[in-house]
Ligand binder design. Sequence first.
Ligand code: GDP
Length: 330
Amino acid sequence: MVTFLSGGTGTPKLLSGADAVFEPRETTVVGNTGDDVELGGHLVCPDVDTVLYLRGGRLDRELWWGIADDSATTHEELVSLADSAGLEPGPRYLDDDRQTAGREIARWRRFSGVGEFMHIGDADRAVHLTRTSLIDEGHTLTEATRTLADAFGLTVDLLPMSDDPVATIVHTAEGPMHFQEFWVARGGEPTIESVEFRGAGDASATPAVLDALSDPVVIGPSNPITSLGPMLALDGVADALAETPVVAVSPFVEDTVFSGPADDLLEAEGYEASTAGVDEAYPFADAFVLDEDDGTDLDRPVVRTDTRMDDEEDATRVARAVADALEAVE
Ligand code: GDP
């Protein structure tokens, strides 16, 4: 048995070629939910959905989010209707008192659907609508995710990190904003001052997640702050990781990040923007997989390979390095 911790890019890439190394039916994937939003009343879980669509064979691999060849009629109508109605387009973050009213899992992440600031395809929206409706019928996010995973034919067990709301809020020079507003609407431009996981103090990892964390854990290349941070902010997760073998793949080659805002976010939180900074952010890691061009000296076992993953063959190579590193520490 093995458990992967996943954001929306690096670990899904690794999972795209992991089956040759890790038996899917013995694999659990825990998805970050700090990036989730409620948009126009529908709960969107970007990290969980990327794994769902990837493993269900339907991911748009150009964008690395959404469903391949999806139409976007509803999205386009929403944008054009807002325009005709003279409504300012999104992101329209709801007022403070509306953030915590009603459906609990949507707290601190509620955006109006007017003008829709995220591009949501029609088939993608059907997933969000089904998920939200199952939650409104009384199911947990874990149960709704399992139902969707069955519908998409997943062979791995896909779990959201929590059934409670945790919202990644980025405090910037232009004020606090939800991570999706910072990244999707503002292109990561505002200067980051700090990151808050709103709600994490009252949220719990699910029993299924805590159980999965008793197996060896793989942290694929991830944003340590916005993908792993929300998980680590949940009571018991860091302790569970300290007790089990953990192998992490660096999202850097020394101080060069492959993609995304991990460098700025690490620096804002007081870490070096490099493999050494990731090592410091993961005190529970027992071994690392680093790129063959990454000479960072770590005081734990390191397996080196070419860690750039452009296709399944690359992902299988990195997965083999992960298995070698696990073997060294199990
Ligand atoms: P999210 O999309 O914000 O949820 O991002 P993730 O938490 O999945 O993290 C993406 C991280 O993966 C970034 O920091 C990238 O540097 C890293 N990354 C992206 N592609 C690759 C790759 O091919 N190889 C490696 N080693 N890292 C990658």
